[in-house]
Design a protein around this ligand. Sequence first.
Ligand SMILES: [Zn+2]
Length: 441
Amino acid sequence: MPSRRVIFAVVVFLSGTQAFAATTVENIRVWAEGGRTRVVLDLSRPAGHKIFTLRSPDRLVIDLDAGRLSKSITELPKATGAIAAIRTGIRANGQLRIVIDLRETVRSRSFTAGPNSKYGDRLVVDLQRFENLTTVKRASEKYVRGRDIVIAVDAGHGGHDPGAVGRGKTREKDVALSISRLLAQRINAEPGMKAVLVRNSDRYVDHRARMEVARRNKADLFVSIHADAVDDRRANGATVYVLSLKGASDEAAKRLAKRENADSRVGDVSLADKGEVLASVLLDLSQNAALGASLDVGADVIGELARIGKVHRRSVQQAGLIVLKSPDVPSILIETAYISNPTEEKKLRSASYQNKLATAILKGIRKYFHENPPANTQIALNQAKYKNSARISHVIARGDTLSEIAERYNVSMASIRTANHLASDSVRIGQKLQIPVSSGT
Ligand SMILES: [Zn+2]
C-alpha cells in the first residue's frame, strides 16, 4: 500500500500558476466529546476529496483535490480525543493529504457543509470510537426476522432419463445433479436465502412433481439445471431460457417440437428424448405477472455466466415460444454448456468448472434478489433498515478488500453487498461504496 509510505513531513506549496484552481484549507478545527471526535476543515471553496482509514497503526487519511494549506495555519491541532497527531503533505498529483494519526480504531463519517453566517465551505469528519459502536450494533441486531428467499434448484433428468449424453459418455443427469448440489450449498450459505433441491439422488422426477416441489416450498424462483446438445459439435456456451410453471401452450409446443425435431442424434445422444424433456419443462407455460422477473433474473445469471465462459446467447431465450405472459413462480432453465461439444463435455465433468458455474449462477440470483427482494424477506427488511440509517461512503483505495472494509466499519460484508447491490466481493480502486451503519451512531 504505497499511500502508507508516501507521506511528506514537509508541506510543499503549489506554485502561483497552479494555485488558481486550488482549494485552500483556511483552518483545521478539532474537538472531542464522549466517544466522538470531530474534525472540521474550513475550505476556501468546495473540493473533491477522498477519505479512508488505514490500520496498523490506525490512521485516517483525507486527500483534498488541488488542495493546499493556508499560510495562516502555523500550527496543526494537537492530540485531541481519538486524534494522536495530524500531519499534512502534498502528493505528486497535487492533492493535499491530511493524515490523522489515531489513538484507536474508529469508524469515520464525513460530510460537506456549505457556507453559513459564521463559516464558509466545510468538510466535516466525525470519528466514532468502536466500543460505542459495538453497543449500537448489538442493539440494532434485534430486528424482526424476515423469511428466507427460497430457491428451488432442479437438477434436470435423472433415473431412467439420462438427458443428453456426450461423446465421452458423460450423462447430463449426473452433471446437472452435481452442479445443482453445489448451487444449493452456495445458496444456503447466503444470508437470507435457502435452497430446496428438487432431487438429490439419481432418480426420475416427473415434471409436475418438480413444479410441485417449488410450489409446496413457496419458492421465489425455480432454477432448472441442464446441459445442451446439438448435432454441431462446435456449438458451445451457456443459454438461459425462461419458463413457467403451469398452463401449457399449444403454439409453444408446436414450435419447440419443430425445433427439437430438427435435431436428430449426436453420437449416442438421443435428442428426441432431450427435446421431450426440455419441451415439457418449457411447455408448462402460464400467463401471469412473473415473466418479467424470470427475464430479469435470467439476464443477471447470463451476465455472470458470461464472466466465466462463453455464452451461446447473450440474452435470455424465449424465442421460438409464443409471447409469454408470466409464470406464477419466476423460473429459468439454464443450459450450462454443450455436452455435445467435446471441450465443454470435459469442462462439465470437472469439479472446478462445476464450482465456477454454481458460483456464477448464485451471483446472478443474488444480484437479482438484492435488487428485487420480495416483501417480508430478511433481505427486504435489511434493505429498509439500511435505507433509514446513516451511510458512510468509502472510496476504494489500493489494497482494500471487502472483508477488510467490513471489519474496518464493523459491519457485515452482506450488508455492504446489499447496500451496493454487489454481485461479487471484488472491488476496484476508486469505486465508491455506501457503508450502511446503524442510525444513532
Ligand atoms: Zn436437459
